[in-house]
Design a protein. Sequence first.
Length: 226
Amino acid sequence: MSLYAASGYQPRKPRAASLGAAFLINGAIIAGMIYSAPDFVKKVLPGSMDTYNVPDLPPPPPIEPPKEQPKVEQKAATQPLPNIPDPIVPTQIERTIESTTIIPERLPEITKPVETGPVTRVEPKVEPVPPLVGARRDPRYAEDFQPPYPTAKLRSQEDGRVSVKVLVGADGRVKAVEQLSATSQDFFEATRRQALSKWRFKPASRGGVAEESWMTLSVTFRIQDQ
């Protein structure tokens, strides 16, 4: 015999069946309490109601539209003009023209202008223009007049002659040289260099005032002078 049979053990019933029984018992208790409880709510039976007619209210008075206000013309504000005196000063001038009906027997004689004699015309006095005194060579620089002999012409033993026109300034120096004639270009170049660097003159003058002037000069180159 097994141990379970000897001790008298019985297996437990399912737990779900015990829970359902508990719910049924509790529900029955709650239902009995509801039906056996006294009625505390007062029941109101329907009764009669008094009614009466409410008179209609009188209609409101009609609303009059707003009256249009008369338009008032707004005038621009004007300021009084300043009190300016009249620029025209009134004067009292009385002019009367006298007339007569008497005709004179003889009209007045017309006075002739006095004869003053022949008119003499005076011409304005014109000062004569002083003559121009031409420029001339300054004797203090006479030794510097002859140009150096050109080297090429000196070797070839050639003579030459140059004619030039020079502009003498108010200070006596030569300001420009123009060729009029020349035996060769070498002679002219030698003359031009000498004139611009060494030639000095007493300038032309008019009434004591120095002026520029042109003058013509000639230069001769001779081998025998060397």
